[in-house]
Design a protein around this ligand. Sequence first.
Ligand code: ATR
Length: 273
Amino acid sequence: KKWYAVLGDPIAQSMSPAMHEAWFSENNIDASYIPIHVPAQGLGEAVTGLKRLGCSGWNVTVPHKSAIIPFLDHLEPSARQMNAVNTVHVLQDGSLVGSNTDGLGFVRSLEEAHGALYKGGDVLIIGAGGAARGIAYALHSSGYGPITFTNRTMDKAEELAQGLSGTSVLSVSVAEASLEKFSLIVQTTSVGMNFAQQGMPLAISNVAEGAVLADIIYNPLETEFLKEARNRGAKTMNGVGMFVHQGALSFETWTVKRPATKEMIGKITTTLG
Ligand code: ATR
């Protein structure tokens, strides 16, 4: 029987095990998926253990996404570009291949909800961390853009834009003033989890009609950012779709089967609601 895992710290809250187990069962694949609590200093030992015990592949989450890289034999372009891995696939010969499905997961969830409606429109990404980078890279590779970054710390946004062709930078205040030109706005900062203390990452009073505002956070299902966007009549998208699609892409990497994503998004939304 094949088995898979997710490594992280913390890990108890992860919804990946239930999601993958459901997909294995729906696809009649005799496999299981377990959460493993791995603190930062324990990663090397964990990888050795997983190899010895015949694990077929695993997901990697905080704080290991970049730290896992030295333990892998090969990186897919997605992981190399982002300098972060969320999926490890163990090949027949035992070699370890790292990829990153987070960014493409976002694009797939956008397209499952809206088709290619936002292709060709201006994209604004709020934030300049790993999530912003992954999403920008995947959007750009999938033909979206032009892409603009805005971030509290301008230097970080500029550094990011320099490393990714087809992207540029605006200060938060200029982005707020010119918000109506963007048809897709993606909130990637950690502010979404506690707006109460930190306020909005960007004021959205000038948002265009018909624009879609996406937040990568899924717990809470509706961040203050999305709530305000919805109250202004904009279309909104939370992070459940991105979470499900990044997992679906890992599942495809391991099994070459495409799992049911819409149903899973519905199930997780109900669980979190
Ligand atoms: P991740 O890898 O999850 O994207 P990260 O690399 O730590 O996380 O990046 C966090 C992002 O959230 C950054 O864009 C950060 O802005 P700074 O570059 O200015 O630090 C943004 N962020 C975090 N707290 C914020 C706050 N209170 N207001 C605005 N932006 C914030």
